[in-house]
Design a protein around this ligand. Sequence first.
Ligand SMILES: Cc1cc2nc3c(=O)[nH]c(=O)nc-3n(C[C@H](O)[C@H](O)[C@H](O)COP(=O)(O)OP(=O)(O)OC[C@H]3O[C@@H](n4cnc5c(N)ncnc54)[C@H](O)[C@@H]3O)c2cc1C
Length: 267
Amino acid sequence: MAERLQLSPAMVRLVCRIDNAQDFQDIEAPEKYVKLIFFSQATLAATAPGALPDYWEVRDTAAPEDQPVSRHMTLRRTDPAAGEVWIDVALHGSEGYAGPWADAAAPGDRLVALGPGGKWMPDPDATWSLFAGDDAAVPAVLANLEALPVSARGEVVLEVQDAAHELDLSDVAVPEGITVRWVHRADEASGERALVQGIADAAWPEDVSRVQAFVHGEREAMKAARTVLFDQRGLDRSQVSLSGYWAGGRTEDVFQAEKKLPVGKIL
Ligand SMILES: Cc1cc2nc3c(=O)[nH]c(=O)nc-3n(C[C@H](O)[C@H](O)[C@H](O)COP(=O)(O)OP(=O)(O)OC[C@H]3O[C@@H](n4cnc5c(N)ncnc54)[C@H](O)[C@@H]3O)c2cc1C
């Protein structure tokens, strides 16, 4: 990691140099995600100083309690020619791996990442687009915005804690026809979720037949967003990318495992 930038009180950008940049296989999708790998103390202690463990070898040979832990993160920007990627991480306290690691990261720190993956592509025929997400999905939303045609129209709704947590977007290429609106969790006096209310309040067009919606974030908020997207606005599933990025009170391992259970189903 070459640089750590504090983007807001709860968001840091890690500017990372890729060791083996010639092997990096970029993908077309603007929402690109990687898995950051965190090794156990025992694995790190058994690795030569300055070296990184071999993920596949550790996965195949380590005891269950020493298995590596993985955490999904978006590549906010990729520059394969320069061998550089940006990872913007939401800080959410002392629990977990990725958040605390990013909070304490310093230039020179090294990390193993797998990927990138990602399939969602903006619809070139969309006449109006909605992009919405909480802190964890802000990097994906912004990466998508930068991939839109300059003629794109629509609205972006981003949920953060309060005004102090809004990001400076002056270096983000937001098409002129796209309005960005920040909503604040602290404003939830009514018990509504700010993100979902923000989606409901968007300036939706009368005709939604060529609308696309990309709504990612906390799982229960995604479930609540279904009412707005499908019942109130009448969108078809094919027009919507609705995805949980994390779930309150769950580590990512539990969140991923629950995808097979009714509680984990969003669509
Ligand atoms: C495709 C994809 C892309 C993602 N891209 C990003 C990204 O670019 N940046 C980013 O920050 N996150 C991103 N996430 C979300 C991230 O993977 C999760 O937030 C993950 O749980 C963080 O791991 P952790 O080790 O910090 O916490 P965990 O060990 O997973 O969880 C520890 C505790 O923290 C809580 N927690 C986890 N995340 C949050 C959060 N965001 N806010 C509040 N509480 C939380 C959990 O509920 C749990 O109680 C992405 C997820 C997916 C699926």
